[in-house]
Design a protein around this ligand. Structure first.
Ligand code: HEM
Length: 461
């Protein structure tokens, strides 16, 4: 088994054993779902039984109890979902669109100024939109102590929470006590728990202080505090809201930045796709301004590029595992109680019956012969049933704004070697809960001289 890229092994198993595969790993029953149809049958149509999460030994000692994405399907999870859904449902996210545009303007400005630092700019963009929407915290131009605290915490979440490391800590429990100054010191549970407590508490307490001096603009936390105060509808509502925001940051920051990195790679490798998307934007939006959300419905090819970016290399290839509450029978298969259920999003995205030549980046697959969107989507990359990604509408707006504006303003080109010849970057991919290309060389060039003529900060009004 390819332990670090298990989705590849599971996809090979699909060819041998079929759409639903059972195996036993370290004494645990594991069921892999390899098609959207099977995942919908079980995780959506039988969601009451398929919405728990496997419980991991790292959660308590490492201070990850704030993270609602890891809760079982219980009342506390319902309270989380209720708070987050209120703010991030389609009607709720509309309020964040101007801020997302403003931040995407900052992103293209940063890319124009220092294109080689694209990785940092994508990270900053996705941090900025989530910090603003959750806590009303606006990143300024200089160092931001809150961002530093969150980034430090997130590094630990990603390191300890990766499936390999989580298993290692379960197998070698002494790692929790390793002194922080030794190599591998990040396994120290006490230090991690302290950092994660700061990560969730400091931005939330900052917001509460600002609220005490008057309303401070629109944010999920501020709205939820006002909505649930004195209602008795949610027990410990302040803690729930605080933890919801921490969860949204943990679940949404890296996935958004990663999607943009994958988009950049896809554009560099597929100049013809890029040229067609750019031609559509030039024809519809013109070259005097950059796209806004009002243009989204009139740019079908750009929309298809968005869908294909999600599909081509899904950021969360094995979803977040679900777990059964009781045993079940499906199409003659026995599925045990407390089995780990892995939706193999990778196999779904690379299904050649649904997506011919799946490794090719072809936005046309989402368009009909007249260039209209077919209505087919890559929504499966956001998971299934009751645990479906609650941030998907918000993510869609962030990613679209960044993509459309980059296409409008830049050419994303292959790098050149020492002889001046272009070559196609072939980066390694990270492994873990998410999978993205490691930094790769490319050239991000403004299409027209940049002198502020687009007034990119005008959207902030
Ligand atoms: C392109 C970006 C994103 C992708 C690909 C993505 C993907 C996913 C996936 C696959 C899951 C697991 C679903 C399941 O278990 O069936 C998930 C869960 C979740 N996502 Fe996202 N996500 C993205 C962005 C975001 C954003 C921006 C936020 C918040 C602002 C967010 C918040 C969450 C939360 C809170 C959960 C846990 C849901 C639960 O367990 O009930 N995600 N996401």
């Amino acid at each position: 088994m390819n332990a670090s890229r298990a989705w590849l092994t599971y996809t090979e198993w699909k060819d041998v054993y079929g759409d639903i595969v059972y195996c036993k790993m370290f004494g645990t029953d594991v069921v892999v779902l390899n098609t959207v149809e099977v995942a919908e049958d079980l995780l959506e149509k039988r969601s009451a039984n398929y919405s728990d999460r496997p419980q991991m030994g790292i959660v308590e000692p490492y201070g990850m109890t704030y993270n609602g994405a890891m809760y079982n399907h219980n009342d506390l999870w319902r309270a989380h979902r209720r708070v987050t859904h209120q703010g991030l449902r389609p009607n709720g996210v509309v309020a964040f669109l101007p801020m997302q545009l403003r931040r995407s303007s900052e992103l293209v400005h940063n890319l124009a100024t220092s294109p080689d630092a694209y990785w940092r700019h994508f990270q900053r963009f996705s941090a900025a939109v989530i910090l603003s929407s959750m806590y009303g915290h606006e990143l300024g131009t200089g160092e931001d102590p809150i961002l530093n605290i969150i980034e430090e915490g997130m590094e630990l979440v990603v390191a300890i929470g990766s499936p390999d490391n989580a298993l290692l800590v379960d197998t070698l429990p002494f790692l929790k006590y390793i002194p922080t100054w030794l190599p591998g010191g990040f396994y120290n549970a006490k230090s991690c728990a302290k950092k994660l407590a700061e990560m969730t508490t400091i931005p939330f307490e900052g917001l509460k202080k600002r609220i005490a001096t008057g309303p401070c603009g629109h944010s999920l936390a501020e709205d939820a505090l006002a909505r649930f105060q004195d209602t008795g509808k949610i027990e410990n509502f302040e803690q729930v809201i605080r933890d919801c925001c921490g969860t949204a940051y943990a679940a949404g920051q890296e996935t958004t930045a990663s999607t943009l990195i994958i988009f950049l790679l896809a554009m560099v490798l597929n100049p013809d796709v890029q040229a067609r998307a750019r031609a559509e934007i030039d024809a519809v939006v013109g070259t005097e301004r950059i796209p806004t959300f009002e243009d989204r419905g009139t740019l079908p090819y750009v929309e298809a590029v968005y869908q294909e970016t999600l599909r081509w290399r899904p950021v969360v290839p094995l979803c977040i595992p679900h777990c059964t509450t009781k045993e079940d029978i499906y199409n003659g298969y026995y599925i045990p109680k407390q089995a780990i259920i892995i939706p193999n999003i990778w196999a779904m995205s690379q299904n050649p019956d649904k997506f011919p030549s799946p490794s090719e980046f072809r936005p046309e697959r989402f368009l009909d012969a007249n260039g209209k969107l077919t209505g087919d989507t890559s929504d499966f990359v956001f998971g299934f049933g009751r645990r479906l990604c609650v941030g998907r509408h918000f993510a869609s707006a962030s990613v679209w704004a960044a993509m459309a504006r980059m296409l409008s303003l830049f050419e994303m080109k292959k790098p050149k070697n020492e002889h001046g010849d272009e070559f196609a970057p072939n980066p390694e991919w990270t492994t873990g809960l998410t999978s993205i290309p490691k930094p790769f060389p490319c050239s991000i060039v403004l299409r027209r001289p940049y002198n502020g003529e687009y007034d990119i900060f005008a959207d902030s009004a």
